[in-house]
Every structure is written in C-alpha cells, then in structure tokens.
Design a binder for this molecule. Structure first.
Ligand SMILES: Cc1ncc(COP(=O)(O)O)c(C=O)c1O
Length: 493
C-alpha cells in the first residue's frame, strides 16, 4: 500500500517544459520516468490522478492517459486498487528509488563509482592486532561506553586543538560514524516541522535523514566553486531555521572548501537568526594538496556549532566510528538521544581507531598519494576523452563534480552507463528540491587504471544518451540487465 503521494503541482514542476519535436505523451512519459529513476519521485509514491495532472499541465487528458500507459508498460508505474497509479522501478533495474547512498554489491566487471569511499589503508590489520592486545583491560567492564573510550576521546580532542579549536576530551562523544552522529543531533535538537537550512547539492543521506525527522528544508545553493557568502548569509537570515547542516570542508559532492571569511560571515548570520550550525566534518582530513593552511574549524567562528566527524574517509568506513564535538553543556542531551538507538560504538573498533590516529591523526601520506594519483588519472582521462565535461579540480575530497554538455540528462547517462557496467550517481540525487540534471559525481577512489576505464565507459554512455531515440522508446532501462541472482541492486553508495 502506498504511503506517500506527490502533488500534481510538484509533479508538474518536476516534469518542467515538455521537450518539443516528439509526441507530447512520449515527452511526458520520459520526464516522469527520469524523475522516478533518479528518486525524485520515490518508488511507492502515488502519482496524481490523470485528471489532476491534466489540470496542472497544459496538455490534454489523452496525453496524460497515454503517458501513464507507457510508464505502466515499461514497469515505472503500477496500478493498485484503492491507491491509484504508484511509481515503481522495472525489475532488474539497479537504479535506486530512495535518496540515500549506500554501497552497492556490484557484480564482477562492474565499476562502482557511486561510492565516494576507499578501501582500507595499509596497516589496518596490524592496528587490529595491536588493538586486540589492549582489549583485556576493557573486558572486565560491561563494554557499553556511551561516551567512548577515554583515550580515543582525548586523541580526537587533541586533533581539534591542533586544527586551531581548543577542545577537551569532555567535549567529545564517540559515535558509530557520521551518519549516526547526525542522527543523534537531529533526535536531540530537532522537532517535527522545524525548519532546517541545508546545502543543495549535498550528501543525499543527510537530506533523507532530515526529511525523516520531519524537517522543512530550505536549500542553500552552493555553486560548483563554492558558497556565495553574501547570498548564503541572506538565505540563512531569511529562513530563521532551527538548524543549518553544512559541509564546509571539501563539501560532498562539489569538493569546495569554505574560506575563513565566508565562515565568519555565515557564523554571524547564524547567530543573528539563532540557528544552530551542525557541521559535517567527515571529509576535512582529505586535504590532497595542502598548499595553504586549512581554514579554522567552523566552531572557531561560531562556538555554538556542533561538529560531526568520522574516521570513514581519513581511515576506513569499515570501522564505523565517528564522533561529535559539542559546546559545553550540550553533551548530556546528545547522550540521551543516542541511547534510544545505540548504546555505544564497538570497543575493538574504537581501540583500532586509537591505534590508527596515534600513527596518523588524519590521512596517511600513502593514502594521500594514492588519492592524488587517482584524481590526476580521472582528470586527465576526462580532459582527453570527454573534453566537453566541465569540472573544477578540488584541493581535497574524494570526487569530481562534473557538468555534462548541454542537453545531456544526467539520469539518462547514469542509466546508460549501467549498461556499460559503470555505476555513477546523477546530480538529482544530491538536490534538495529537484534539478541538477546536468551533473554527475565521479569519485576518484579506485586505482588509476580503473578510473581511465571508467571514463571510457562513460564516453560510451554519453554517446548512447545523446543518440536520438528513433521510436521515442526509452532505451536504457529497457536493456537494463538484472544481476546474476536476478535481484535489483541499489545504484548508489
Ligand atoms: C558528507 C558526508 N557525511 C557523512 C558520510 C558518511 O559518514 P560515515 O561513514 O561516518 O557514517 C559521508 C560519506 O560519504 C559523507 O560524504
């Protein structure tokens, strides 16, 4: 049974202007298919009735009826008694319906570039071995460390102090990763219906988490080269939101780094409007060029900021360990919110992270070199083979945020790429209110030769996406193959 519906007005906005030169019902079916395929209309969502959609679009009832029929035939719509027409994904499609990113289980030969995360760095096995020798001293206790292992809290606090933000271990709560950390903050501070400012584009799981918390979202537009500080401050002041969730350090997906001046300006706007900043610092350590000193942590500009950190990008996602650094007096409320879903991070993984951070509090030199090499290989291959794709070379982070040539739709490319066994995330996944149809995110997290192969596959996908659709038939999803076990797989990590 469908639980969500999409209004006719929003559906009309998502459809936009129908492409000319082809039958209107085909153009409408294509536009709806793309919205369903990239998750802007999630599978399971009830679409407006034919009558409602006809009234919202400047088309005839027959156009809508025929478009819905095409979607039904191609598996993008099912009719359910009592629920009307419900969005669905054709079986065998690996295109995900929901917004969040999580690792796919790609088959052999598939290059998965949906995941902006790396394999474990060298030294992790040794760190586990050393951690096991530390374990006995914790075995006498219950192992429920809601705040985290004291030594780890201290190493994390020291890292903030090194970065220019004096921090005591008492300000730190160890979590099961940054997504879990953001969940704790939202449970502690957000009420259903509260307004939250969030960058667009941004990390899709944060958009999902906010929506599920009942937040009303105000997008803060971020350009490929970063924040327009004046405009961002205006947005913050106009929104009068409870929280603002920001990624100032190698923003995902653009890779942008917010300057100290912009941090100061945003901090003033946040303070004026009594909006608490929630700063996602998951990627802060992935500074690949370290030419200039890093800007100060956002909390140095706004002491009310709650910082959410993670070992996932600096060390390894498999540790499932992160932290929250909060202003004095805030931690008890966060702990209370935490224990409703999670009583603490695993002891062994905390000990492993302690070992790893003592060796390198941030990225190891080897990991930095590997990422730089892969970033260079991806950028060179794009410049050589796909010169019409635009991107800025970010100083850090894990991805290139790529602008496709005019009139090429990112979701169409993503679907065509899937047929070339390349999984990529299309721009709309990162959008708070739709759009970003000409952008794709390409993480440079795989070895250089794989990045070059990925660009070759992407070039093929772009050709397919550009080719005229002679019959008006939607080519890519119809040829999408199920995986070896016939399951539908998630597209994005
Ligand atoms: C901005 C951002 N926040 C959070 C996460 C997830 O962090 P964790 O693995 O620590 O839950 C990611 C991972 O891609 C990310 O890019």
């Amino acid at each position: 049974m469908s639980t969500h519906s999409v209004s006719a007005a929003r559906t009309a906005r998502l459809v936009g202007t129908l492409a000319p030169g082809r039958p209107a019902y085909r153009a409408l079916a294509d536009a709806l298919r793309l919205a369903i395929a990239d998750g802007r209309i999630a599978a399971g969502t009830r679409l407006p009735s034919e009558r409602e959609l006809t009234a919202s679009l400047d088309v005839s009832r027959t156009t809508v009826t025929r478009a819905y029929a095409v979607l039904r035939d191609t598996g993008y719509l099912t009719s359910r008694r009592g629920s009307g027409s419900v969005a669905s994904l054709p079986s065998g499609s690996r295109v995900r319906a929901a917004g969040s990113l999580f690792p796919a289980d790609p088959g052999e030969g598939v290059i998965d570039l949906t995941c902006a995360a790396t394999r474990a760095p060298a030294g992790v096995v040794e760190a586990y071995e050393r951690a096991v020798t530390q374990l006995p001293e914790h075995l006498a206790g219950a192992g429920y460390l809601t705040l985290g292992i004291p030594d780890l809290r201290e190493v994390i606090a020291d890292r903030y102090t090194q970065r220019g933000l004096p921090t005591s271990p008492d300000d730190v709560l160890v979590t099961s990763g940054a997504v879990a950390g953001i969940g704790i903050v939202l449970r502690a501070l957000l009420h259903h219906g509260d307004r939250v400012v969030v960058e667009s584009p941004t990390y899709p799981n944060t958009i999902d988490a906010l929506r599920r918390s009942g937040a009303r979202l105000t997008p803060l537009a971020i350009d490929p080269d970063g924040w327009d500080a004046t405009e961002s401050a205006r947005t913050i002041r106009a929104a009068g939101a409870s929280l603002a969730v920001l990624i100032p350090d190698f923003h995902n997906p653009t890779g942008a780094l917010m300057s100290d001046d912009a941090r100061a300006m945003l901090a003033r706007a946040l303070t004026t409007s009594a909006t608490i900043p929630v700063i996602d610092e998951t990627i802060v350590e992935v500074d690949l060029d370290d030419a200039d000193p890093m800007p100060l942590p956002f909390a140095a500009h706004d002491p009310r900021a709650i910082c959410v950190g993670s070992a996932s990008k600096s060390h390894w996602g498999g540790l499932r360990t992160g932290w929250i650094r909060a202003p004095k007096g805030t931690l008890p409320a966060l702990v209370e919110a935490r224990v409703t879903t999670d009583l603490g991070a695993p002891v062994l993984e905390q000990l492993v992270l302690l070992e790893l951070m003592r060796a390198h509090p941030g990225l190891s030199p080897q990991r930095r070199d590997d990422l730089r090499t892969s970033r260079g290989a991806l950028a060179d291959a794009l410049r050589t083979h796909l010169p019409k794709i635009g991107f800025r070379m970010p100083r850090g982070g894990l991805s290139l945020w790529c602008e496709l040539p005019p009139h090429v739709d990112a979701t169409t490319v993503a679907v065509a790429a899937e047929d070339a066994d390349l999984l990529v995330a299309a721009g709309p996944r990162f959008a708070v209110v739709g759009g970003l149809d000409r952008w794709i995110r390409l993480p440079f997290v795989l070895p250089p030769e794989v990045m070059v192969d990925a660009v070759a596959r992407l070039a093929g996908a772009l050709e397919c996406a550009r080719a005229p659709r002679a019959s008006g038939r939607v080519a890519a999803p119809a040829t999408t193959r199920p995986d070896a076990r016939g399951r539908r797989r998630p597209l994005v990590a």
